[in-house]
Write a protein that binds this ligand. Structure first.
Ligand SMILES: *[C@@H]1O[C@H](CO)[C@@H](O)[C@H](O)[C@H]1NC(C)=O
Ligand SMILES: *[C@@H]1O[C@H](CO)[C@@H](O)[C@H](O)[C@H]1NC(C)=O
Ligand SMILES: *[C@@H]1O[C@H](CO)[C@@H](O)[C@H](O)[C@H]1NC(C)=O
Ligand SMILES: *[C@@H]1O[C@H](CO)[C@@H](O)[C@H](O)[C@H]1NC(C)=O
Ligand SMILES: *[C@@H]1O[C@H](CO)[C@@H](O)[C@H](O)[C@H]1NC(C)=O
Ligand SMILES: *[C@@H]1O[C@H](CO)[C@@H](O)[C@H](O)[C@H]1NC(C)=O
Ligand SMILES: *[C@@H]1O[C@H](CO)[C@@H](O)[C@H](O)[C@H]1NC(C)=O
Ligand SMILES: *[C@@H]1O[C@H](CO)[C@@H](O)[C@H](O)[C@H]1NC(C)=O
Ligand SMILES: [Cu+2]
Length: 568
């Protein structure tokens, strides 16, 4: 039995440490924010039609979360809609909180209709713009919102404080139920229907039918310098963004600061964010903020419409001025933009590498077995579309999340044999023999020891067709040390590596018929999906999972799952 003395001593130390802890946290001014997200069916009218859509709290886009670096978020999600849902906090590092990451069947099972789950995580060391979105089927078409991360209280931006800040969340709208669109494509094996409109903060803008009145207005006053926090939350489309007659100074991306550079056009893949400063240095007037597709897949259908908002100087009433936009296939402009990023400070890029991976990413074609109904094989020449990384088309588990299976040692849910390099070497970006087009299916993960230093050469392929893929890694920011066209050549292309000030991102734009090299240190235990952020490609299997093992230290281990974690 414990003596009274030791009990008293223990209470004393407990009190001291509590006091110390609370004074430390009050020094940092970190706060805990509580939010209630009710996922629900909501009537939304766009393009002259009303649809029974899914929203958070009836808002479209959903609520903006505004926090300071260091704050903790507790978000209670209640699912009152008719589909499974999960919420992913896109780009939030989730240090030691993998259970709160959100992708269905990776870190949790879906929150079923009628269910709920509380996500708890801390924003740490990230400043700028991120976003949240559903990570289940195509629910994220309408279930998304911004996360604005200000510097810690008392800290400031590494640039003059903008007078105003506005979110520009780009989206995609179907004149249909998006869940029906993806289900139809999964049934037929063909490409899903393209969207009917792009949107800015949920509104298509005045180039579309029945939309003029609700066009988003971004107010400015002459002479001000304002910030636009641009997010590509579209489902399936990279977008060019521009503002008539104004220059844009890029200061951040994916919640990391960059060396400022000035441009007329931005290009964001789904998943990416870009913070820009814009100076109201033009005659008092109204200027369109416009976005349309960067569509790199040759011959593939895409939504060729243009969404607009209006940059509106105080008192201006004139007709808005329309900016020129790059052609849909202007890869040169996209590349000039993506290669302009430099980390603001000297970067802590790992120079020694423990895992040097080469991962191909691209589409594929599944031949239909004999006796398959023709209506289920409406891909090219009676096939079905698929996609893969290193020739493995990723299949989500259905009975356990990969994280739960890993932590509780449940066999049969996944295997750890994801290949470290392409199983077959071929001319990835050339004319690929059709004998290589059909990948295998599997739930294969790649294991990383805690703290290991990782380099991934992402190599695009021209299987069926080549295109730009926005590749997103959960649980990490990574340095993009180089990108280029053609096949990566380790003999010559390493000379192009920027190990001084490469940008830190969570989503890299993998060039069409090209490659990109990323580096990170595996310091966050959990199961982290890396996938193409075009939702049409995730569904086809363009994904893999990194299983990062626990470290030995006390702050290097993932805790037990929260008691309300949804199970399958
Ligand atoms: C997809 O487009 C086709 C052709 O326009 C149309 O018949 C079909 O209903 C659409 N599918 C959905 C789910 O909206
Ligand atoms: C896209 O639309 C533009 C007009 O906005 C038109 O000039 C162009 O030909 C279209 N491109 C395709 C591929 O449909
Ligand atoms: C872009 O497409 C147009 C036709 O739509 C074509 O004339 C032009 O050569 C293409 N440009 C590039 C860079 O592929
Ligand atoms: C479809 O069939 C034609 C004619 O047999 C062939 O030239 C083409 O390469 C095929 N395409 C695909 C995607 O299999
Ligand atoms: C989970 O599902 C997989 C695939 O269907 C199956 O092979 C495995 O046995 C299941 N595991 C358990 C524990 O039920
Ligand atoms: C690609 O290869 C196929 C045969 O494998 C050939 O029929 C086709 O003409 C080639 N295409 C090009 C553009 O070289
Ligand atoms: C993928 O694997 C399948 C089955 O082994 C094989 O037929 C195909 O050639 C492989 N393709 C590539 C690109 O490795
Ligand atoms: C919803 O999730 C459960 C697992 O939690 C799964 O069994 C079910 O099939 C899912 N429903 C749909 C429509 O995907
Ligand atoms: Cu893709």
């Amino acid at each position: 039995m414990e003596s009274v003395f030791s009990q008293t001593l223990r209470t004393f130390f407990l009190l001291i440490s509590l006091l110390l802890f609370s004074s430390l946290t009050s020094l940092a001014n970190a706060e805990t924010q509580y939010h209630e997200f009710v996922v629900q069916q909501t009537q939304i009218k766009r393009l002259c039609e009303t649809h029974n859509s899914i929203t958070v709290n009836g808002q479209f886009p959903g609520p903006t979360l505004e926090v300071n670096n260091g704050d903790t978020l507790v978000v209670h999600v209640v699912n009152k809609a008719r589909y499974n849902v999960t919420i992913h906090w896109h780009g939030v590092r989730q240090m030691l909180t993998a259970w709160a990451d959100g992708p269905e069947f990776i870190t949790q099972c879906p929150i079923r209709p009628g269910g709920s789950y509380t996500y708890r995580f801390t924003i740490s060391g990230q400043e700028g713009t991120l976003w949240w979105h559903a990570h289940s089927s195509w629910v994220r078409a309408t279930v998304y919102g911004a996360i604005i991360i200000h510097p810690k209280l008392g800290d400031s931006y590494p640039f003059p404080k903008p007078k105003r800040e506005s979110v520009i969340a780009l989206g995609e709208w179907w004149d249909a139920n998006p869940i029906d669109v993806i289900r139809e494509a999964m049934r037929t094996g063909a490409s899903p229907n393209v969207s009917d409109a792009y949107t800015i903060n949920g509104q298509p803008g005045d180039l579309y039918k029945c939309s003029s009145q609700d066009t988003v207005k971004i107010p400015v006053d002459s002479g001000e310098i304002n910030m636009l926090r641009v997010i590509n939350s579209a489902l399936n489309q990279q977008l060019f963004v521009t503002v008539a007659n104004h220059k844009l100074t890029v200061v951040g991306a994916d919640a990391s600061y960059v060396k400022p550079f000035t441009t007329k056009v931005l290009m964001l893949g789904p998943g990416q964010t870009t913070d820009v400063l814009i100076k109201a240095d033009q005659p008092i007037g109204r200027y369109y903020i416009a976005a349309r597709a960067y569509a790199s897949a040759q011959g593939a259908p895409f939504d060729n419409t243009t969404t607009t908002a209006i940059l509106e100087y105080k008192t201006a009433t004139s007709n808005p001025i329309m900016p020129p936009l790059p052609a849909y296939n202007d890869t040169a402009t996209a590349t000039a933009f993506t290669t302009s990023f430099r980390n603001l400070e000297k970067a802590l890029v790992p120079t020694e590498i423990d895992h040097n991976l080469v991962i191909t990413a691209g589409l594929g074609i599944n031949q239909c077995p004999p006796n398959t109904r023709a209506r289920n094989c409406q891909g090219p020449n009676g096939t079905r579309f698929t996609a893969s990384m290193n020739n493995v088309s990723f299949v989500l588990p259905s009975n356990f999340s990969i994280l739960q299976a890993h932590q509780q040692g449940i066999p049969g849910v996944f295997t750890t044999d994801f290949p470290a390099k392409p199983p077959v070497t071929f001319d990835y970006t050339g004319n690929v023999s059709q004998s290589l087009w059909q990948p295998i299916q599997g739930t294969k993960v790649y294991k990383l020891e805690y703290g290991s230093r990782v380099q991934i050469v992402l190599q695009g392929t021209q299987i069926f067709t080549a295109e730009n893929h926005p590749i997103h890694l959960h649980g990490y920011d990574f340095y993009v040390v180089a990108e280029g066209f053609g096949n990566f050549n380790p003999k010559t292309d390493t000379a192009k590596f920027n190990l001084e000030d490469p940008p830190l991102r969570n989503t890299v734009s993998l060039p069409v018929k090209g490659w990109a090299v990323i580096r990170f240190v595996a310091d966050n235990p959990g199961t982290w999906i890396m996938h193409c952020h075009l939702d049409v490609h995730i569904g086809w299997g363009l994904a893999t999972v990194f299983l990062v093992e626990d470290g030995v230290g006390p702050l290097q281990k993932l805790e037990k799952p929260p008691t309300d974690l949804p199970v399958c």
